[in-house]
Design a protein around this ligand. Structure first.
Ligand code: AGP
Length: 625
């Protein structure tokens, strides 16, 4: 979603801001802009559409300023156009503001400011902040105090960047339940809502905590609470990672990330699973990156606390929700604790039955998903133990939880999640075995067998990836479909949901995932010869029943596609096309069955000429509720 950047120092600000914004592109946006202060004058340049439009504008105007803020906007209030793009300025054109999040009381403030004679030029909630700061600035000509008074009047969660023509040596950054980092250089400083954006310049950052204001000059960073009290904080070192933001020869980031999955799994598994004969160790304090503040790395529950758990609640959205659905089945199967998994946005306004013997798990690739953070906060208030599973050790989620499992994926650039899904699944396998060992629900022999099988999965995925040409040829046969139905049972019902989500996101084809047994209870009505039905079919407890459900679809003349294991002759006879995977134990199959479905969606999207890495309307990090 929206991204904030800033720079002040000896370099020209515009190219730095642009470089920073490029790192945030993957998060999703529909317009971009910068505000710089040049020769004592504030100048704003912004453009709807891709960053290349802003780049062209900057190439034309050639600002040589050394200070500026920038923004990528994902429209919430007002359509994506030049006018609504950030930065927004006050009526005097001397104060500029960029903003992530939502100002919930903006209408009330807008009316008040209009009453005071301020004229508005956009439909955004952000513009009220520019006028409010301007109004407060008139009181005492103290910008920090004006900002402090203003932000205290704002309701909602937000991050802001503010520059003023009258103070060209500084940028103000404000964080209220959001995320902002100041990157520290030598006589230069950087600002970014995602620390990834400053990593190209420095790996030393100060993360703003909740309700804090940073006063940033080229030489110094001072932090203040909303009550005006100065706070001191040491910088942290950003994590180093073997992954780079580069397509490395692949046509798209998505394809590269799908192909990185064996590596990602090996990294995540090897971090916690030393040897099949040894119990899984989720504490791993020693792996905390130097200088990091993440004292909560790993799972730190005592044996007594683990044995005392009566319930687990998992909160997540989208792909992370699908991984969590698999997690629920694994934990219930291997540990015997009842697990509820909820779409995080559904927790609002509901009576959440968590207590001191509940473990609340929030799963989020970005660690910034507002719905997931809100659900976790609610569970925390009820006294639950908290565990975060995220790909971003520097995220808001990582700060919120007492226990933290960090997936070893490196940055996932493509908006559609693939490698982080696999890594989240791996974490649930590890967690289930870990809890099973600690609670004694798994014998050492069974635990060892599970660990050995888990370690075999990366090689199986490599075999599937080697078949990508066959998957491509099959996929494009179905690329013209208007509607596609995915079905699966048990552990592969979430796979069907994830397959459908990937196809929707990447190709814009309408797709739905169903529990295979549910097809006959309604969805079967949509089937005819124009609707491909994709069945996830793996030998095991639900194989025969899933096959029967597929037959019901076949009888309605649907085009039949299966993900099935090598040598499954029944599948070859029943389906028009079969995407094969190596034979796999049903328990571990969600980690392999999803891979052909990711590739299928990728190839269809590419064939249709869609924007594979940045599908329309989507954002990588969904920071509004
Ligand atoms: C996945 O392809 C999607 N882009 C989306 O569903 C995503 O999984 C969801 O928004 C949750 O994001 P998070 O994992 O960062 O919390």
């Amino acid at each position: 979603m929206c991204g904030i950047v800033g720079y002040l120092g000896p370099l020209k600000a515009a190219p730095v801001l642009l470089n920073e914004l490029k790192c945030l592109e993957y998060r999703g946006y529909d317009s971009a802009g910068v505000a710089v202060i040049e020769n004592g004058r504030l100048s704003v340049m912004k453009a709807a559409g891709k960053l290349s439009n802003l780049e062209a504008l900057l190439a034309d105007k050639k600002p040589s300023a050394n200070v500026g803020i920038g923004h990528t906007r994902w429209a919430t209030h007002g359509i994506p156009n030049d006018q609504n793009a950030h930065p927004h300025t006050d009526s005097t054109g001397t104060i500029a503001v960029v903003h992530n999040g939502i100002i919930e009381n903006y209408e009330e403030l807008r009316e008040e400011l209009k009453g005071l004679g301020y004229a508005f030029n956009s439909d955004t909630d952000t513009e009220v902040v520019a006028h409010l700061v301007s109004h407060e600035y008139k009181v005492d000509k103290d910008l920090l105090k004006a900002i402090t008074r203003s932000v205290k009047r704002l309701v909602g969660i937000f991050a802001l960047g503010v520059v003023s023509q009258e103070h060209p040596d500084r940028i103000y950054a404000i964080n209220h339940h959001y995320s902002l980092s100041v990157g520290l250089g030598n006589d230069e400083n950087f600002l970014a809502s995602d620390s990834m954006a400053v990593r190209q310049y420095t790996n030393r950052v100060i993360k703003l905590e909740q309700s804090e204001i940073a006063e940033i000059t080229a030489a110094k960073v001072r932090l203040f609470t909303f009550d005006g009290v100065e706070v001191k904080r040491s910088p942290i070192a950003l994590d180093t990672s073997p992954y780079v933001i580069d397509k490395c020869g692949y046509k798209h980031f998505l394809l590269k990330e799908i192909h990185e999955q064996p590596l990602v799994l090996r990294q995540t598994l090897s971090k916690y699973l030393r040897h099949p004969n040894h119990p899984i160790d989720l504490t791993i304090d020693h792996l905390t990156p130097a200088g990091s503040q993440s004292a909560n790395y790993g799972v730190h529950l005592t044996d007594e606390e683990i044995k005392g758990l009566t319930r687990i609640n998992i909160f997540a959205c989208g792909t992370a929700y699908h991984a969590s659905m698999v997690g629920k089945l694994l934990i219930e199967e291997l540990v015997g604790i009842p697990v509820d998994v909820d779409i995080a946005s559904e927790i609002r306004g509901r009576r959440l039955l968590c207590n001191e013997s509940t473990l609340a798990i929030a799963v989020s690739q970005s660690g910034e998903t507002a719905d997931t953070l809100a659900a976790l906060t609610e569970a925390k208030k009820k006294g639950a133990y908290t565990l975060g599973i995220t790909n971003r050790a520097d995220s808001h989620l990582a700060q919120l939880t007492q226990n933290l499992i960090v997936t070893e994926c490196g940055i996932e650039v493509s908006v559609a999640a693939t490698k982080t899904y696999l890594a989240q699944l791996a974490c649930f396998y590890l967690l289930a075995i870990y809890l099973g060992e600690r609670r004694g629900t798994l014998t050492p022999e069974r635990a060892k067998e599970l660990k050995i099988k888990l370690n075999l999965v990366p090689a199986m995925i490599e075999q599937i990836l080697a078949r990508d040409e066959v998957i491509r040829e099959t996929s494009v046969k179905y690329a013209e479909a208007q509607d596609v139905v995915f079905i699966g049972r048990g552990l592969n019902f979430p796979t069907a949901l994830e397959g459908a989500l990937k196809l929707k996101e990447l190709s814009y084809i309408h797709a739905s995932g169903y529990a295979a047994g549910e097809l006959k209870h309604g969805p079967i009505a949509v089937l005819d010869q124009n609707v491909p039905v994709i069945t996830v079919l793996v030998p095991g407890l639900v194989y025969e029943k899933t096959l029967s459900n597929a037959q019901e679809a076949r009888a309605r003349k649907a085009k039949m596609i299966a993900v099935a294991v090598d040598g499954d002759e029944q599948a070859q006879r029943t389906f028009d096309s079969v995407l094969t995977i190596p034979p796999v134990d049903e328990l571990f199959s969600p980690m392999t069955t999803v891979v052909p479905l990711q590739l299928l969606s990728y190839f269809i999207s590419d064939y249709l000429g869609k924007d594979v890495d940045q599908p329309r309307n989507l954002a990588k990090s969904v920071t509004v509720e």
